[in-house]
Design a protein. Structure first.
Lengths: 209, 226
């Protein structure tokens, strides 16, 4: 009889894990921007790994509006120089299509949370051109993955990451970088000379379908 | 004899009480675990930051009276939509994206340099159709569809969250059983024409038997960071 009281303990553990294994209905057709960060020491040993969703910026919201609702009028957004830029629908020059490098950033900003209105990192340290993105489709689930590796010759405290892309704007051949995602790490990461850090962005589409 | 019977009854009632206690503990364990699990899940996933999701609300009216309302969260995106997102970060230099139009034909939508451009100036529509086949990422059209131009979007922001809402209304001249809804947008192609491409499609939980004269409204809410 006493052993039977292990049953509620087992049920408690199982019930706690069950929600984590499920995705709610609202997560069927999500698009999610995940960031995976791996830190390696000078011997190539993995020191730390962080996996979290990166908040999307106002720029990304504007571009999604243009992709889904192209008849909705011109769009205004902020480039990484802090300049307001216009994207014209039906204009001569292509918009919302990568014109050149897509970059991953790391930075040393001290603010604890990112803002929707961020157009650049708080304290940008280094940007590396991302790898050519890969598109994977398995059933109804899709993901787009791109990464960049950073090397260090001095000690730094990394506290923020970001993703930007180069686009045409203003119905012209002019281009500018626009920040798509920006996040602050819950715990800063100190890197030393000889260390490396790899950041991978994974854009999940329909993760729950 | 009486004492033996008394002791026997005590044991019997004690066993029943233990089983009842065990059952109560099991129920409490399941409820507590489920509640705790959901708290931990939301804590780990930082709410809905970094998420774009689309909710669709379908309302059926007859003579001005609301007959039914269906809300579906997390409308799935088609491969066409994924390709548009891919083109946003594609640094290969190709500057074109391959999409499948509503006729099922693969089209190249390029970077424009000679008067044509990628997102067209007009042409986003919401549609209703009769197909009840489950969603597939390769869906490119609705069946027996009726399309209506979307309203101007309304945007609301609270902190880091933004909601973009668009809708369309259908006044039916003939009856139809509505099994699906979708959203398509227009983009220029390399052949110089504007083509339409399905970006969202979902199957209704319960098909709507709409009669001639009925009105159906479809509202999409695009949620960013929440």
């Amino acid at each position: 009889m006493r052993k039977m009281f292990l049953i509620p303990v087992f049920l408690l553990l199982f019930s706690t894990l069950l929600p984590a294994m499920q995705r709610g209905e609202e997560e069927r057709g999500n698009m999610e921007f995940w960031m995976n960060l791996k830190v390696y020491d000078e011997k190539g040993q993995l020191v730390k790994e962080v996996m979290k969703r990166d908040p999307l910026t106002n720029q990304t919201a504007a571009f999604i509006m243009m992709l889904i609702l192209p008849g909705a009028g011109d769009t205004y957004t902020i480039d990484e120089g802090g300049n307001s830029r216009t994207f014209h629908r039906g204009a001569t020059y292509s918009t919302i299509m990568c014109h050149g490098p897509t970059r991953i950033w790391i930075g040393t900003g001290t603010a604890t949370t990112p803002a929707y209105t961020d157009y650049k990192l708080e304290a940008p340290l280094q940007a590396v051109t991302a790898s050519q993105p890969s598109l994977s489709i398995v059933g109804n689930r899709m993901n787009i993955s791109l990464s960049a590796t950073f090397s260090f010759n001095a000690q730094y405290t990394i506290s923020e990451v970001g993703l930007d892309t180069l686009l045409n704007y203003g119905n012209s051949a002019n281009t500018a970088y626009f920040l798509l995602a920006h996040d602050k790490l819950s715990s800063s990461i100190t890197v030393y000379p000889g260390w490396s850090l790899t950041v991978t962005y994974i854009i999940w589409i329909n993760p729950g379908v | 004899m009486v004492a033996h019977s008394y002791i026997h009854n005590l044991d019997k009632s004690g066993g029943v009480n233990m089983r009842k206690l065990l059952l109560l503990l099991c129920i409490l364990a399941v409820l507590s675990g489920w509640y705790l699990g959901n708290i931990l899940k939301n804590t780990n996933e930082q709410g809905r930051e970094g998420v774009v999701s689309v909710d669709v609300i379908v309302r059926h009216y007859r003579n001005g009276t609301l007959l039914s309302e269906q809300v579906k969260k997390g409308d799935p995106f088609t491969k066409n939509f994924a390709m548009l997102i891919y083109s946003l970060v594609d640094l290969s230099g190709s500057r074109s994206v391959s999409l499948v139009d509503v006729g099922g034909v693969s089209r190249s939508c390029p970077y424009g340099t000679t008067g044509t451009s990628y997102p067209a100036g007009t042409g986003t529509s919401i549609g209703i159709g009769t197909n009840t086949v489950a969603f597939s990422v390769n869906d490119y059209a609705l069946s027996n569809s009726i399309w209506s131009t979307v309203s101007n979007p309304t945007v609301s922001r609270v902190g880091n969250k933004a909601n973009i809402t668009v809708s369309a209304s259908f006044s039916l001249s003939v009856g139809m059983t509505i099994g699906e809804v979708g959203l398509k947008s227009a983009f220029y192609n390399s052949d110089g024409y504007t083509r339409e491409f399905l970006l969202l499609r979902d199957v209704l939980s319960t098909p709507i038997s709409a009669a001639a004269g009925d009105t159906v409204t479809v509202t999409y809410i695009i949620r960013i960071n929440g």
